[in-house]
Design a protein around this ligand. Structure first.
Ligand code: NAP
Length: 297
């Protein structure tokens, strides 16, 4: 069998189209969705991310402000600043940019964001809603994995679903979202005794471990849907296994997932590529949360 590719870029564009319409409708009803991205200091990697955020918000008509605070902002001042945004009715959604300078407890600050404005769904109250099966704002990557799964059109109800990884940002919320869809989830982690036993009986396999090539074709049930969340930078090697160098004489690198794509695609029915699978959909899940937040406002 050769699996069908689940194209994250195509799905992301489709969702963006739907969100554009929803933003227009919200604006007509007097609700103006507006995302505030709070950033402390100037991290170069974060600059690329915020530029993309601004661009994608503009594409769907969503207001966006990059709210930069000085590097020496204290945790208390940052929380006070966020509380001010919580009170501001013009701000319908808030995202806290990572990384934060040392000495600031990200979890504590994250939890100071009003739950109805928490577009990352990482606030304790948002997580609680997820546990109760009432999530409207859930963690974006877990939601992206589920959206890609749904896009295949398979009947999820009653299916065996194995999630590899139990992080708060992906594995745990993915399990809860699968439960909401009436799948039968199992979670694997580093202390799982026989991971292949669990992956091999999964109709749905979601992998978020951050380990390149962790899942190979022989660990997958024939016909399973495989969603690869992992993003890993690995060296490019030639046919003999030697590292290929770039023009600067440094080892050339490429991005791969946690699933060995070549062997997995021969067994699965559907599979997400890396890059181009979960990544682009995660970005639009943030926008979808921002639109949902405006509806809640
Ligand atoms: P994380 O917080 O490091 O958690 C990794 C999880 O995988 C842990 O629960 C760990 O188990 C488990 N694990 C690691 N090695 C394992 C192994 N050999 N066998 C079984 N389980 C293993 O990672 P994360 O934040 O979930 O991210 C995971 C990957 O997804 C990374 O590559 C990250 O870059 C990527 N990611 C992608 C997106 C996206 O938008 N596409 C977003 C977020 C993350 P223990 O709990 O026992 O340690």
């Amino acid at each position: 069998m050769t699996a069908q590719l689940i194209d994250g870029k195509v799905l992301a564009e489709k969702i963006k189209g739907e969100l554009t319409e929803q933003v227009k409708t919200l604006k007509k009803s007097g609700k103006d969705p507006y995302l505030f991205a709070v950033q402390v200091g100037q991290d170069p990697a974060s600059a690329v991310y915020t530029r993309n955020q601004a661009k994608t918000c503009e594409e769907i008509g969503l207001g966006y402000t990059l709210d930069g605070l000085p590097e020496d902002t204290s945790e208390t001042d940052l929380i006070r600043h966020i509380q001010g945004l919580n009170q501001n009715p013009a701000v319908t959604a808030i995202i806290l940019q990572m990384p934060l300078p040392g000495g600031i407890d990200a979890k504590r600050v994250q939890s100071s964001i009003a739950p109805e404005k928490d577009v990352e769904g990482m606030n304790l109250a948002s997580m609680g809603q997820l546990v109760y099966g009432n999530a409207r704002l859930a963690p974006c990557t877990a939601m992206a994995a589920i959206e890609l799964l749904k896009s295949t059109g398979i009947d999820i109800k009653g299916k065996e679903a194995t999630v590899v990884g139990r992080s708060a940002i992906v594995g745990r919320p993915a399990i809860l979202l699968l439960l909401d869809l009436h799948a039968t989830p199992t979670v694997c982690h580093t202390k799982t005794r026989d991971m292949t036993f669990h992956t091999k009986r999964a109709d749905i396999l979601i992998v978020s471990a951050g380990r390149p090539g962790l899942i190979t074709g022989d660990m997958i049930k024939p016909g399973a849907v495989v969603i690869d969340v992992g993003i890993n930078r690995v060296p490019v090697c030639d046919a003999e296994g030697n590292p290929v160098l770039n023009e600067k004489g440094k080892p050339k690198k490429k991005t791969v997932g946690d699933v060995d794509f070549e062997s997995a695609k021969e067994v699965a029915s559907y599979i997400t590529p890396v890059p181009g699978g979960v990544g682009p959909v995660t970005t639009v899940m943030l926008l979808r949360n921002a639109v949902e937040a405006a509806k809640l406002s």
